[in-house]
Ligand binder design. Structure first.
Ligand code: UD1
Length: 418
């Protein structure tokens, strides 16, 4: 098991470059299944989740090549696909569930293992299933697998999501593009990842309108063709660097980033005392003094992202004053707080509220990453500890942060992978 050894105290200064968004790339890869032929995805970094999704696509019959230097992923999709996503891959990466919609609409049958629980909460699939049923599929839960079948083509339907779920919106969108007739997804998720997926589908020949709004309309087409597409920059990785600058009283210029996708988190950083400047193709975040504590509540986009909640809790843990952070998206997402408390943070939780009292400095201790974003937040916390912190289970961080420790070292951090 690999771990990070981080010695706190450095002010992070310098430049970083952000790659394509993990949460977009994985969905683009699954959507490629919709059109036989050769697709090329750009801006794809070498992260563990891309390797897992590649393995899944290979099992489904695709040929996948990743040129890690050029950041290009070439996907050759066969005209006849397998239709089973096994548990060993789905349990490693829940985004595997995104093959459900494309496989069903392409082959008339999809068997996808139920992902089971994970460290941020229960994460149901009921919206995915109800939506697919409205599109005419039969869906059963057998021996740990969701088995979705349809005789002939899916048919367009009006679907209203109970909650603007990112995964359900994506699965239903990718199922509807080849269905017969019109599908309307109401209360759809508006995340930039959904827009990116929709643009890729449009390049493939799909007829979609309303991307980025709460109502997405799809007119099914007979067939799609392969397409090339560059994934949008990762807003959560961008946000992680922005919080790293603020927490270490540093100065980081972040290239290949889109600050428009981070309006609320950046407003919070400004309230905390940071100077945020937009530059062509990115932004610069500087903090000259101890951050001030700031309240936040997570909400679907454009609200404060749940994926940056661990970072704002970590920032408040060393801020001047106290703040209330409310988690509205995933009920189990405060689990990492026990690890922050091991670093001396003063945090009390009550249900989905965390009350954080800032401390001048945190106190190094051995901790463990519980999920990808919690892991990244623990690294940021370790950077402001008074000694050397060991962070176990860094494979979580490797799922979405390419060469994290190398980038941190280039900014002046003392961090080793052991
Ligand atoms: C995606 C992101 C994740 C991010 C989340 C919210 C990927 C790979 N992951 O996860 O990083 O934190 O969006 O921005 O893109 N729900 C149900 N039933 C369903 C579907 C969802 O109850 O059928 C609930 C979930 O348990 C959760 C909430 O809806 O409480 C939001 O989940 P959702 O938006 O679907 O998140 P994911 O797509 O799983």
């Amino acid at each position: 098991m690999e771990r990070f050894e981080v010695t706190g105290g450095a002010r992070l200064e310098g430049e970083v470059r952000v790659h394509g968004a993990k949460n977009s790339i994985l969905k683009l890869m699954a959507a490629a299944l919709l059109a036989p032929g050769e697709h090329r995805l750009g801006n794809v970094p070498a992260i563990a989740d891309v390797t897992i999704m590649s393995e899944l696509l290979v099992r489904l019959g695709c040929h996948v090549t990743h040129d890690e230097k050029a950041l290009t992923l070439t996907l050759d999709v066969p005209s006849k696909l397998e239709h089973r996503a096994d548990y060993d891959l789905v349990r490693k990466m829940r985004a595997s569930i995104n093959v459900l919609g494309p496989l069903l609409t392409r082959t008339g049958r999809a068997e996808v293992a139920l992902p089971g629980g994970d460290a941020i909460g229960s994460r149901g699939l009921d919206f995915h299933i109800k939506g697919l049923e409205l599109l005419g599929a039969d869906v059963a839960n057998e021996h740990g697998y969701i088995i979705a079948t349809v005789n002939g083509r899916l048919r367009g339907a009006a679907i209203e999501l109970e909650f603007p779920s990112v995964g359900a919106t994506e699965n239903l969108l990718t199922a509807a593009v080849l269905a017969r007739g019109e599908t309307i997804i109401d209360n759809a998720a508006r995340e930039p990842d959904i827009v990116d997926l929709g643009i890729y589908l449009q390049k493939m020949g799909a007829d979609i309108s309303g991307l980025g709004t709460s109502t997405i309309t799809v007119n099914g087409v007979e067939a799609l063709r392969p397409a090339d597409h560059d994934a949008l920059p990762d807003r959560i990785v961008t946000g992680t660097w922005a919080f790293a600058a603020a927490m270490t009283r540093g100065d980081i210029t972040i290239h290949n980033a889109n600050p428009e996708h981070l309006e609320i988190p950046l407003e919070k950083l400004v309230l905390s005392g940071a100077v945020v400047t937009t530059i062509p193709g990115g932004l610069r975040v500087r903090m000259d003094h101890r951050p001030k504590a700031i309240d936040a509540m997570t909400l679907p986009y454009p609200g404060f992202p749940t994926d940056l909640q661990p970072m704002i809790v970590a920032l408040n843990a060393i801020a001047e004053g106290s703040a209330l952070v409310t988690e509205n998206v995933f009920e189990g997402r405060f689990m990492f707080i026990n690890e922050l408390v091991r670093l001396g943070a003063d945090i009390t939780t009550d249900g989905h509220h965390a009350f954080v009292k800032g401390r001048e400095v945190l106190s190094s201790a051995p901790v463990a990453a519980t999920d990808i974003r919690a892991g990244a937040a623990l690294v940021l916390a370790a950077l402001v500890c008074d000694g050397t912190t060991i962070i176990e289970d860094v494979y979580h961080v490797d799922r979405g942060y390419p060469k994290f420790e190398e980038q941190l070292r280039a900014l002046g951090a003392t961090i080793e992978r052991i």
